[in-house]
Design a binder for this molecule. Structure first.
Ligand SMILES: [Zn+2]
Length: 262
């Protein structure tokens, strides 16, 4: 196994696509593995295609709650993808209230989210959750957790990770109570907003990611974000937790193996 893992990247999006091999070469150089996450049917297929080429790359398949409103979620088609051996999670899926979301949109997103949960349960794979609240609130987390908590009662084996976690300690407590993990990215290297929640979450429930091509960490700000930069996220988590980088890298890898069965 590699030393580092970026559990959420988009090598399948066009910003990184043309430069694929160079991006992967830099991952090898920095000893980084990744899970490439789909945001619609096409990018889910592309995630699998790249995962099939490298033994340190895996895939997630799903339909993003707010980015691809033109696609109608075809459960059986996604199920066929989800059964692929290199697919280690379902998503990204979840609720996005950051952009204007009226009641009707919220209801649609909840139905789509539940379809992803059902898919995860059917194929026995964890969820990669995108939950983005409206400004100054925790609303998308509260609604997502309400849904997950009710599923968890019937399906104790349901697992997942809240990607790009921006929730507070109350939300983190509820996520921990259902056995879910939370992952952090570039922004933790340039704002102290996440220090408190990172200190609070036990190391066995934290993971590292980049969300590449978005949100490059310090010292790469302004550049296209790439998976190899996850090292900076790990370094920062170690600093916040008063631990060292090697220990955090090891803990994150252990967590990723447990949740994603890689
Ligand atoms: Zn993403």
């Amino acid at each position: 196994m590699t030393k580092y893992i970026d559990i959420h990247s988009h090598l399948n999006l066009e910003q990184l696509n043309p430069d694929h091999e160079a991006v992967i070469a830099r991952m090898v150089e920095h000893d980084v593995a990744t899970i490439v996450i789909g945001v619609d049917y096409e990018t889910s297929q592309e995630a699998i295609a790249v995962a099939e080429k490298y033994d340190f790359i895996w895939a997630g398949v799903g339909l993003h709650p707010a980015d691809n409103l033109n696609e109608v979620f075809d459960f059986e088609k996604y199920k066929a993808l989800a059964q692929n051996k290199k697919v280690v999670c379902i998503g990204e899926c979840g609720l996005d209230y950051f952009r204007e979301a009226n009641e009707e949109i919220k209801q649609k997103q909840k139905i789509l989210f539940k379809q992803h949960i059902e898919l995860g349960l059917q194929v026995g794979k964890p969820l990669m959750i995108h939950a983005r609240p409206s400004k100054g609130s925790q609303d998308a987390y509260e609604d997502a957790l309400e849904i997950l908590e009710s599923y968890k009662k019937e399906h104790n084996n349901l697992l997942g990770n809240f990607h790009f976690f921006v929730g507070d300690i109350t939300i983190a407590t509820r996520a921990l109570a259902i056995g879910f993990t939370m992952s952090f990215d570039g922004p933790i290297t340039f704002t102290n907003d996440y220090d408190e929640v990172i200190k609070f979450i036990p190391m066995e429930s934290i993971m590292s990611e980049t969300d590449a091509p978005f949100a490059a960490p310090v010292p790469y700000r302004g550049k296209t974000c790439e998976p190899y930069m996850v090292k900076e996220v790990v370094k920062k988590i170690a600093e916040i937790k008063g631990s060292n980088e090697d220990e955090v890298a090891k803990a994150v890898m252990t967590n990723a193996k447990r949740v994603f069965d890689i």
